[in-house]
Design a protein around this ligand. Sequence first.
Ligand code: GSH
Length: 219
Amino acid sequence: MLKLHGFCVSNYYNMAKLVLLEKRVPFEEVEAVPDGSPAFLARSPRGKVPFLETDEGFLNETGAILEYLEQLYPEPALLPAEPFARARVRALMKAIELYVELSARLGYPEAFFGTPVAPPLRERCRDELLAGVDALARHAAFAPFVAGERFTLADVYFLYSFDLAKGVARALFDEDLSARLPGARALLQRLGENPNVQRIAADREAAMAAYLARKRAGR
Ligand SMILES: N[C@@H](CCC(=O)N[C@@H](CS)C(=O)NCC(=O)O)C(=O)O
């Protein structure tokens, strides 16, 4: 059976978990907290979660894990079959990861863990995050899903990136990112009605206090 390693507060872990649940793949969750140990790095070379344990070995990087699951379990399809449409979904996944999630991540210490971010980094976070969100406003369809009429992997990236980005923008520069992204609010609401999304949110909530205590203790 596949084993998903990571922890329930991780947004990337939750992307992989949602895809496993949506595709009704039997899997086991294994709690793994990055510790930089040789044993951890042997399974996830950059020391990140999630990583997926398969009969053939370990897979890391969420995008690669999602593509692997899509190929192994094509139903329900979370990527379009037609090459151009498929490439467009991949472009949206990449844009959300690089220009929204990673830009917002610069502000996580202050927004979520009470550690102030130095002014130059805060400015970089603001510039890059707003540019990323404005690019997404030009790029995404929100009709009603990120790539159009169907729920795809781009929605999975959006769901587990945009809320965090909103939290960063609110905390660091008092900006409402939803106001820059028409359709985002309605889509988040719609995705929040999905029972698998609700289950993941409940698991995340249950794990949050212990996670915050660990982060604040610098671990
Ligand atoms: N590029 C990686 C990013 C994963 C990532 O950033 N995971 C975070 C948790 S959300 C992590 O493992 N952080 C631990 C650390 O950086 O020490 C992916 O797509 O899987």
